[in-house]
Design a binder for this molecule. Sequence first.
Ligand SMILES: Cc1ncc(COP(=O)(O)O)c(C=O)c1O
Length: 442
Amino acid sequence: MPDSAQTAANDLAPYWMPFTANRQFKRAPRLFVAAEGLYYTTDDGRQVLDGISGMWCVNAGHGRREIVEAIRAQAGRMDYATAFQMSHPAAFELAARLAAILPGDLDRVFFANSGSEAVDTALKIALAYHRVRGEAGRVRFVGRERGYHGVGFGGVAVGGIANNRKQFGNMLGGVDHLPHTYDRSKMVFSRGQPDWGAHLADELERIVALHDASTIAAVIVEPMAGSTGVLVPPKGYLERLRAVCDRHGILLIFDEVITGFGRVGAGFAAERFGVLPDMITLAKALTNAAVPMSAVAVRTGVYDALMQGPEGAIELFHGYTYSAHPLACAAALATLDIYRRDGLFARAAGLAQYWEDAVHALKGAPHVVDLRNIGLVGAVELEPRAGAPGARAYDVFLECFRNGLLVRQTGDILALAPPLTIEKTEVDRMFETLAKALKAVG
Ligand SMILES: Cc1ncc(COP(=O)(O)O)c(C=O)c1O
């Protein structure tokens, strides 16, 4: 390494970056210093089109003045209010606003600060719910292969990504995994939901038969698996999962950390796919990513079951110092205002066909072995380089970045999910840049 590069690497050394190849990154850092609308500005002054909404979270586009102002005003008025045995008005207002836009009777809302915390919260609510109803034996969980539910021990345990698990020992016990729903031979180049795969939900019956329903608390799935490369649920799959859960008194949790807030062509995936879970986890896009915040929305019956015992007794021994943080509530309320005023969920749904055509126009481009889409989400799966999994997609990611487009690489898959404010011309630009990068990379 030349001396100057070594000095730069040393300056960058103290920050241990998450889910990043630290040594590789620090040798050639990529830094953003500003963001506005659909574009980031890099430290060397280049504009980069945000093809992944930050990290699936800036659904209304960057730098929204109303959100910035709401945060500023709240910070000036009251920086923080303790969340235990005290609160503040915006927390109640936000819960009510979410209840009003969530499907069915998902009307009770618990706040946390990250998707990971929301997932662990939902798992704990499931255990507490069964226990209070006299079914304390329901302690097992069922997740799914290729599921991502954050990085808490609960979320990692129900998640189905080997790399996220193998460094960390036993995690939560008593967890089974459904098979993932992707089979290229059956669904390659499907537009939207694949026709094949509903029967994979019946694997839950096999797990129930093995352990007995009386031991299983909840099933947790992402309605559309995002982090492992956009696996769109087969037609009928989620419906069948719901039916099996109902048959056996098992709670169904949808992890909508990515799919919530307009991403898949409706307000929420539960709405889009017409299946009502017992709990929904939310995080990304709740505050347009301006302040960290997450939430678990539960059906009224689940909440009511826990509202028992002496009135002065705490019903759920769980919570975070920063649950319903005032700045996050202010940002979320302003974000919901924008979603409603600008009709962004309907806007995204209206663009979905154009988007689908743009994604599938990459058919035949170099290295492309599959293309997937739903709502304003797309995935481009590449043939891996022999002996170097992920390397080709990483090179495409870098080439795109150099040419002014941010995409997300996961293994040999590139995921795309632009802000819901994107225009058709920018959709075209995204795919032109990507197509060029695919040609440029060997
Ligand atoms: C479906 C899903 N659940 C949970 C998480 C974890 O969220 P966080 O990184 O905010 O903890 C993510 C993050 O990508 C996610 O996609």
